[in-house]
Design a protein around this ligand. Structure first.
Ligand code: URA
Length: 425
């Protein structure tokens, strides 16, 4: 094979055969297919798309670029348990993983939650948990297995050997305008989830301004493609398609989202987050043959106990005070009326306040972020405090406030609040 011929074939709309897919992904992993060529191919795929067969083959090749964890035979307390995991395609204020992972571990299952960090306006689970003093994201494969056997739940960073082809390709896509491609997003996410070795997977595929897919139709297509890839790879996969036009919950940032999750684990918290957590939990449990009511375990403290264990075994102190920002500025309603917040705008405000990063490897301000005191559908009075912005760096407050002000929307008082699950695949 020859990389140029393969790029030309995709450019001209031809379906790549299995050998061509294997050859190009393998060559990219080994460095014989260079970044320029892979970037050009990514742009050709962006415009031409891929068939379901090509996507499954491409995903399998990315899984094979590294090692696949073998979690079969994992046991807890001497009993074999199924593995089940969840993945969200990314949103604003979406800290569901912090609650769902320990919640699921209250049943006889193990949750191998390999997570990432935020980039741009979307948050990352690891950044949020690192707001907890002492908590450690980097674990070896052995530690991960041991922790899952002991306590059922682990949230940790994906090792360098997990789908390295995806890591390298994502970095190229990020700087070549080729991220929002359904086949490439599907293959990217699913290659990592298949490689982590989970037996079952529930996907939360988001649509709206704060998500990769802005239209519901595209999110449904992404969900269909991901479920197909997972199923073909032997992972029991299902998906919920959920709205991300306005942030989930009230908190957007790192420590502020952890604090909100503690409310949910304590039996309270925002209803939209509780509803979505429970909906995802039901689907995840169904995939491993369990039918039960997740809500009871949020209100009776079992999920909280599981969370405390999960944090402690990874070095975190669940009782430690979370970082607090030196600077807090309040936002007042400029007029009276029924409001909503645009998810992308709020995500960007939190990012400008310091909660996110603009290049991989940058440090984040764990205390920075946004707290919405009034959310979608609330009636507000003129002059009422409706949000707070937190930042360690006072110089960041003004731009965050500007972005947040622009995210406030009075325009559509007739909307039907469409948060939570919109459909299942
Ligand atoms: N998340 C990923 O891991 N990959 C993508 O391509 C998009 C979101």
């Amino acid at each position: 094979h020859d990389a140029v011929r393969i790029i030309e074939a995709k450019r001209d709309g031809r379906e790549l055969d299995d050998d061509e897919v294997d050859w190009i992904v393998d060559g990219f992993t080994r460095g014989t297919v260079v970044a320029e060529q892979m970037s050009a191919l990514a742009m050709a795929i962006y415009f031409r798309g891929m068939s379901d067969r090509e996507i499954s083959r491409w995903t399998a090749a990315m899984v094979r670029s590294g090692s696949r964890l073998d979690l079969t035979g994992l046991s807890r307390g001497g009993r074999a348990v199924p593995t089940v995991d969840k993945h969200s395609t990314g949103g604003v204020g979406d800290a569901i993983t912090l609650v769902l992972t320990p919640l699921l571990a209250t049943w006889d299952v193990a949750v191998p939650q390999l997570s990432g960090r935020g980039l741009g306006h979307t948050g990352g689970t690891l950044d949020k948990l690192e707001a907890i003093p002492g908590w450690r994201a980097e674990l070896s494969g052995d530690e991960m297995r041991r922790i899952m056997s002991d306590s059922g739940a682990v949230i940790c960073a994906a090792g360098a050997d997990l789908a390295p082809a995806d890591r390298a390709l994502y970095a190229l896509r990020d700087v070549t305008g080729t991220v929002p491609s359904i086949p490439m997003i599907a293959a990217s996410i699913m290659s990592k989830k298949i490689a982590e070795g989970t037996g079952a997977l529930v996907l939360d595929v988001k649509f709206g301004s704060g998500a990769f897919m802005t239209s519901r139709t595209d999110a449904e297509e992404l969900a269909r493609v991901m479920v197909g890839i997972g199923t073909a790879a032997g992972v029991r996969t299902s998906a919920l398609v959920t709205a991300m036009h306005t942030p989930l919950g009230r908190a957007v940032g790192n420590a502020v989202e952890v604090a909100e999750c503690l409310e949910i684990l304590g039996g309270g918290g925002p209803a939209d987050m509780v509803d979505l957590t429970c909906a995802l939990a039901e689907v995840a449990l169904a995939a491993v043959g369990i039918s039960d009511d997740p809500r009871a375990r949020l209100s009776d403290g079992r999920a909280m106990d599981s969370y405390r264990t999960m944090i402690s075994v990874q070095g975190g102190d669940p009782d430690a005070e979370l970082p607090r920002a030196a600077n807090v500025e309040q936002v007042r309603a400029p007029a009276a009326g029924r409001i909503t917040w645009d998810a992308l705008g709020v995500g960007r405000a939190s990012w400008l306040a310091g909660a996110g990063r603009s290049a991989p490897g940058e440090a984040v301000d764990h205390a920075a972020g946004v707290l919405l005191h009034r959310v979608e559908g609330d009636e507000v009075r003129a002059g009422e405090v409706i949000a707070s912005v937190y930042a360690g760096d006072a110089g960041r407050i003004a731009s965050a406030l500007g972005e947040l002000g622009a995210a406030l929307d009075f325009s559509d008082p007739g909307f039907a609040p469409a948060r939570g699950p919109a459909g299942a695949v």
